[in-house]
Design a protein around this ligand. Structure first.
Ligand code: ADP
Ligand code: MG
Length: 290
C-alpha cells in the first residue's frame, strides 16, 4: 500500500468517525478475522439502571442505598453510575462523604462512610448467606441481570440487581461483521448468566465470562496463539490490558481514557457499527492500491 493512499484513507476515516493512530492500522485491520467484544458499554448501552434492591433481614433499604451510593459516587463503572444515580434520585439531599475510596477494576469499590466500612463488589468475592440474598442473586442471574453485593462492616447487607440493555444497533452490526467474515467472541468480566443472555440475543456462540482484566488478555493471547488475527473492542479501564494485547485495539469514544490510550482505532461515534465502516474502508483502500 502506498503511503499516500493510506493517508487519504486515514482522512476519509476521520470523516466517517473512525480515528486511526497511524496509517499502518488500516493495513492491520484488513487482516483481522476475529472480533472480541466486551459486553458492558460495548454491546450493551452501558446505561445500567438499578432494578431491584434486596436487603438482609434487619437492614434498611434507604440506609444501604445511601451508603452504597456514596461510595459508588466515585466510580466511573456503569454499575457504579447506576447505583449512585438511583441513590441520588431516592435520597434527594447530598450523599455523605467517603474516606479511603478505592475502586478495583473488575471487582468493585470500597470506602468508609460515617465510620462504616462499605464495599460494593462482585458476588463471588463475598460470603452471601442463604435466604433472601442468595435467592435475589439467583433471580438476577436467571433474568440476565448483573447483581452486586453491598457489604457493611464485613457482612453482606444487600444485593443490588442492575439491568442493562443491548444497544439497538448491535444485532445488525454483528450480522454485518459476520458477513465480512469476522467471527465475534464475547469477552466479559460479568458473570455467565448475563453474558449468556446477551450472547444468545445476538447469536454469539463463543463466550468467555467472569474474566478479570488479566484473564481477558490471556484469552486474546490464546486466540492469537491459535492463529487468529484479533481485534478487541472495549470501553473500560478493565479493557486496557486486553486492548493492548490484541493485534488491534478498538476503543469506543465516550469510554475511559485508559481504553482510548491503549487502542489503535477509536470509534468516535461511540458505537460498534463504525467498526464495519472501518473494515470496509481498510479493505477498499488496500484493494484499490493493488
Ligand atoms: P465488563 O467486562 O462486562 O465491562 P467488568 O470487568 O467491568 O465487566 O466488571 C466485572 C464485575 O466486577 C461486575 O460485573 C461487578 O460484579 C464488579 N464491579 C466492577 N466495578 C464495580 C463497581 N463500581 N461497583 C460494583 N461492582 C463492580
Ligand atoms: Mg466494559
Amino acid at each position: 500500500a502506498t503511503p499516500t493512499a493510506l493517508l487519504a484513507a486515514t482522512g476519509r476515516g476521520a470523516e466517517l468517525g473512525v480515528l486511526v493512530r497511524g496509517p499502518e492500522v488500516l493495513e492491520g485491520l484488513r487482516r483481522i478475522d476475529t472480533v472480541v467484544l466486551d459486553k458492558t458499554g460495548t454491546l450493551t448501552t452501558g446505561r445500567m439502571e438499578l432494578v431491584e434492591v434486596t436487603t438482609a433481614p434487619g437492614v434498611g433499604e434507604a440506609e444501604v442505598l445511601r451508603l452504597a451510593g456514596a461510595v459508588e459516587h466515585g466510580s466511573e463503572h456503569p454499575i457504579g453510575r447506576a447505583v449512585a444515580a438511583a441513590t441520588r434520585l431516592r435520597g434527594g439531599a447530598g450523599l455523605p462523604a467517603v474516606d479511603g475510596f478505592a475502586a478495583t477494576a473488575g471487582l468493585g469499590v470500597r470506602g468508609t462512610v460515617e465510620g462504616r466500612r462499605v464495599r460494593v463488589v462482585r458476588p463471588d468475592r463475598v460470603t452471601v448467606p442463604g435466604g433472601r440474598l442468595r435467592t435475589a442473586l439467583a433471580r438476577a442471574e436467571s433474568a440476565g441481570r448483573t447483581a452486586v453485593v453491598v457489604e457493611l462492616d464485613g457482612r453482606a447487607a444487600a444485593v443490588l440487581a442492575v439491568g442493562d440493555t443491548v444497544r439497538p444497533g448491535s444485532w445488525r452490526t454483528l450480522r454485518r461483521l459476520r458477513d465480512l467474515g469476522l467471527e465475534p467472541v464475547l469477552l466479559t468480566g460479568d458473570r455467565p448468566g448475563p453474558a449468556r443472555a446477551v450472547a444468545a440475543e445476538l447469536g454469539i456462540t463463543a463466550v468467555h465470562a467472569a474474566a478479570s482484566p488479566e484473564r481477558k488478555a490471556e484469552v486474546i493471547a490464546g486466540l492469537r496463539a491459535a492463529g487468529r488475527r484479533v481485534a478487541m473492542v472495549g470501553d473500560g479501564v478493565n479493557d486496557a490490558v486486553a486492548l493492548a494485547s490484541a493485534d488491534l485495539g478498538v476503543a469506543l469514544a465516550g469510554g475511559t481514557d485508559a481504553a482510548i490510550g491503549a487502542a489503535g482505532l477509536t470509534l468516535v461515534r461511540g458505537d460498534i457499527e463504525s467498526l464495519v465502516v472501518a473494515v470496509r474502508l481498510a479493505r477498499r483502500t488496500v484493494a484499490a492500491i493493488r
